[in-house]
Design a protein around this ligand. Structure first.
Ligand SMILES: *Cc1c(COP(=O)(O)O)cnc(C)c1O
Length: 377
């Protein structure tokens, strides 16, 4: 079955107990057992809950994995995944990684002895040069946040395999509708499901997805032991949001292309970062590993004054943290997603004070463009 059909008719579609077309919210913390010798499939809801299981099976199927694990946030998914590593281990991480991932690596996991080196992951040589004897994994986002830099995933997998490393990919911007890293040989896919997967700006959730049985076993152990699980109500909302993933992504992406072209031709715009533009340095690599450019783009305006006027004056896009909702969201990386980085770290990564990130929602793109034009001219 094709992707759109699987979104609607996957294993998560019908409640096996009742035939309900919507998996019920199993709002329970525990499950009564019949026998002292043999417990049923569910015993305690941290270890397993039917609503969460339906969502996890849906995500695993869409990513081409064997198991998915749902967590209370994207950061909980990322942090739980990082628990696969041990003190003394080292990771090679793409330099413009999500600010929260940067923070947890440099402020928390560093205290436990996990070391990271940030590299420009668009360069094969830079990735290879950062590998040490104690390196255990390459951690990537492609397209990255907020500069939409593209890493060649097939090449990264080749490097990783040559050195016996795992390849981890945060696939939040693309979703499995547009990019499936496990099919390209990557080992672990992570998501902030808060964004496009749920898509309605009403749930915070996260996922880790794997194909390999041994990794699935280890992540399942961490999910239960560390316990940063997603509650059943949020699982249900995410299951509902997920059903429209294809139509939302298609529509938002089509509008994003229009908005990107408008901005790219605008005299007050210094630069547009969007893999859908043929001028983007990662355009070709992206097209070889993904099925579309997605609905997030960043751009730099010519002055800080104009940047401020746009952020405060825009009407049809919320000026907010986050992305991937039905409503367009304009955000300001320097003070939002990447506020956890020092000004020096931001400058080094090209995250300037005139950089704006736009997540295109489901409004009519002509209205969005008029709104922009009303402010930037
Ligand atoms: C939002 C985001 C995260 C963090 O997810 P939360 O659900 O906010 O914890 C991680 N990675 C990327 C790329 C994100 O956009």
């Amino acid at each position: 079955m094709k992707f759109a059909t699987r979104l609607i008719h996957g294993s998560h579609a019908i409640d096996p107990a009742t035939g309900a077309l919507s998996i019920p919210v199993y709002q329970t913390s525990t499950f009564a057992q019949q026998s002292v010798d043999h417990f049923g499939k569910y015993d305690y809801a941290r270890s397993g809950n039917p609503t969460r299981e339906a969502l996890e099976e849906a995500i695993a199927d869409l990513e081409g994995g064997s198991r998915a694990f749902a967590f209370g946030s994207g950061m909980a998914a990322i942090s739980s995944t990082l628990m696969l590593f041990a003190p003394g281990d080292h990771l090679v991480v793409c330099e413009d990684v999500y600010g929260g991932a940067f923070r947890v690596m440099t402020k928390l996991f560093s205290q436990w002895g996990l070391n990271v080196t940030f590299v420009d992951a668009t360069s094969r040589e830079a990735i290879e040069a950062a590998i040490r004897p104690e390196t255990k994994a390459i951690y990537l986002e492609t397209p990255s946040n907020p500069l939409l830099k593209v890493t060649n995933l097939r090449e990264a997998v080749e490097i990783a395999r040559n050195h016996g490393l795992l390849t981890l990919v945060d696939n939040t911007f693309m979703t499995p509708y547009l990019q499936r890293p496990l099919e390209l040989g990557c080992d672990i896919v992570m998501h902030s499901g808060t964004k496009f997967l749920n898509g309605h700006s009403d749930v915070v959730c996260g996922f880790a997805v794997v194909k390999d049985e041994h990794l699935a076993h280890r992540l399942g152990f961490i999910q239960n032991a560390f316990g940063a699980i997603l509650g059943p109500q949020d699982c249900w909302l995410t299951l509902r949001g997920l059903k429209t993933l294809k139509v939302r992504m298609e529509e938002s992406q089509r509008s994003a292309v229009k908005v990107a072209e408008f901005l790219a031709g605008h005299p007050q715009v210094k630069q547009v970062y969007y893999p859908g533009l043929s001028t983007h340095p990662g355009h070709d690599v992206h097209n070889r590993q993904a099925d579309g450019p997605g609905a997030v783009l960043s751009f730099e305006l010519k002055s800080f004054d104009l940047t401020k006027r746009l952020l405060e004056g825009i009407e049809l896009a919320a000026f907010a943290v986050s992305l991937g909702g039905v409503e367009s969201i304009l955000s300001y990386p320097a003070r939002m997603s990447h506020a956890a980085m020092s000004p020096a770290d931001r400058a080094e990564r090209g995250i300037s004070d005139t950089l704006v990130r736009l997540s295109v929602g489901l409004e009519d793109p002509d209205d969005l463009i008029s709104d922009f034009a009303g402010i930037i001219g």
